[in-house]
Design a protein around this ligand. Structure first.
Ligand code: FES
Ligand SMILES: [Zn+2]
Length: 143
């Protein structure tokens, strides 16, 4: 019996949609999964189909930093990801093994209610102290 090799990496792309005005915002307001489709296309172009999988995910509960993407098994979290970032994530991280620092979420942001963005301070930042270039795209929670 032949077995397929395991996937080396999984990229989970949040495709959650919420109604406009929801205080937590959402990662895919259009509901068109453009980001996930682009990852899938890029992986196929680079011959990674069957080795790396780009999965559409439901809410990853990091909404205030969206659009969010997480790469397993390493558990690298990216926030404020745009279509323009897909090439770099695939080339640098997926193929080159070097995560894209400028898009990585700070540990103080991931999965904690203490995250300043979640608490609604109005400041959005990613690791390395860079301000999100997408500020204003999504709502920031008031509580
Ligand atoms: S809507 Fe994407 S993490 Fe919640
Ligand atoms: Zn945060």
């Amino acid at each position: 019996m032949r077995f397929m090799p395991k996937f080396e990496k999984h990229i989970f792309i949040c495709g959650n949609q919420r109604p406009a005005g929801n205080p937590r915002g959402c990662c895919d307001p259009s509901g068109q999964a453009k980001l996930q489709k682009l990852f899938k296309q890029k992986l196929a172009e680079r011959g990674l189909k069957g080795r790396v999988r780009a999965n559409q995910a439901g809410c990853l509960d990091q909404c205030e930093h969206g659009p969010n993407v997480v790469v397993y098994p390493a558990g690298v979290w990216y926030g404020y990801v745009t279509e323009a970032d897909v090439d770099e994530i695939v080339e640098s991280h997926i193929i080159g093994g070097k995560p894209v620092q400028r898009l990585m979420l700070a540990d103080s942001c991931v999965n904690t209610a203490e995250c300043e963005h979640r608490k609604g301070s109005g400041q959005r930042a990613v690791a390395g102290g860079q301000q999100s270039k997408h500020s204003g795209v999504q709502y920031v929670a008031d509580n």
